[in-house]
Write a protein that binds this ligand. Structure first.
Ligand SMILES: [Zn+2]
Length: 245
């Protein structure tokens, strides 16, 4: 019997790799474009700081959008605690109102809380007063629950906002946080492919965006765990995004 040299397994795995490469290239292109056309904000690149031995390590920022969500947040908190890593959670106001106990838990664990709008709308389409309300209401809910000053970080839904939103942030001394590595985990490619897409792009100051929510629980927690492990092995320090003057 002749040996069949064709392997579906390796063919499918090469196809997966190609899709991942296209995804990463697309996000790279959108990042370059976004840096040119979007209002000023944090894209993750920072120079190495020399404020003591720990801070001499190159840094990678881990962020989670769209929570809090009972299907993901508790598992993420566990993963982060086990790894002794602090991350940044960009929370949706309506989810905050539904799950205040999770907001408390995130804050209690020492993670940074950011604003991700109240209804996750496409902000450039909103009237100015509605846009402002999206930001203000979310800040208010989070602050009420934590008893701390309102968040200073804002990540626009879908990564997009205009100058009106930038002005609104400025009035509140807030800062826009965009993305660096966005592995399109929302399309549920599976944790191993989320990990591969992220690790292809990791370098000093990479701002990683993962998502919470519907159907993403296991994928996000598993990906976060492995990404942290691999980044640490490469010598990176995992950090939360913090406001810098
Ligand atoms: Zn989002």
């Amino acid at each position: 019997m002749s040996k069949n040299r064709f392997s579906w397994k390796s063919f499918l795995s090469s196809a997966d790799e190609l899709v991942d490469l296209l995804s990463v290239s697309k996000i790279d292109f959108l990042t370059r474009l976004g840096k040119q056309v979007l209002p000023e904000g944090f894209w993750g690149e920072v120079s190495l700081e020399a404020e003591g031995s720990e801070n001499d390590l190159p840094v990678v920022y881990l962020t989670f959008d769209d929570g809090p969500d009972p299907r993901t947040t508790p598992y993420l908190l566990e993963v982060l605690e086990e790894a002794n890593v602090k991350a940044t959670f960009f929370l949706i106001g309506s989810q905050v109102a539904r799950h205040p106990e999770l907001v408390e838990q995130i804050a209690r664990h020492g993670h940074e809380l950011g604003n991700h709008s109240y209804n996750h709308c496409f902000m450039p389409m909103l009237l100015s007063r509605d846009l402002e309300k999206e930001i203000a209401d979310t800040n208010e809910r989070i602050s009420e629950i934590t008893g701390c000053p309102p968040p200073v970080l804002f990540r626009p839904p879908y990564g997009l906002m205009d100058q009106r939103a930038a002005d609104c942030l400025k009035e509140r001394s807030m800062k826009a946080v965009y993305w660096g590595s966005a592995p399109e985990d929302w399309s549920q490619p599976g944790s191993h492919r989320v990990i591969r897409r992220v690790m292809w792009r990791v370098s000093q100051g990479t701002l990683i965006v993962l998502h919470e929510g519907h159907l993403l629980g296991h994928q996000t927690a598993a990906a976060a765990k492995e990404i942290i492990y691999r980044c640490k092995n490469l010598g990176y320090r995992m950090a939360k995004v913090e406001m810098r003057a």
